[in-house]
Design a protein around this ligand. Structure first.
Ligand SMILES: [Zn+2]
Length: 88
């Protein structure tokens, strides 16, 4: 339980719900600021956020940025390799 939370700050579960939207660049400035303020004092949510950030960065897809063209190829190759190894 976070003792420093005041009623203006969002609760952790609310932060977690919003993290995918934040990673996707879908939140407005006010919502982003609220989450960033929470992250500044909540290690649990910081950790959670890093997971999201990492996943989205790996996908090469944040907001309206197009994924790199070779990402699709690499993913498809990985899937094919997996199917070959495991007999589909
Ligand atoms: Zn939190």
């Amino acid at each position: 339980m976070i003792m420093t939370t005041n009623k203006e700050d969002k609760l952790c579960h609310e932060i977690h719900v919003d993290l995918p939207a934040l990673a996707a660049g879908q939140l407005d400035a006010g919502a982003r600021a609220a989450i960033e303020r929470h992250l500044s004092f909540c290690p649990g949510c910081q950790f959670e956020w890093r997971q999201h950030e990492l996943v989205w960065r790996c996908l090469g897809w944040s907001g309206d940025v197009e994924p790199p063209s070779d990402l699709r190829t690499r993913v498809l190759e990985a899937i094919q390799e997996h199917e070959t190894k495991h007999g589909k």
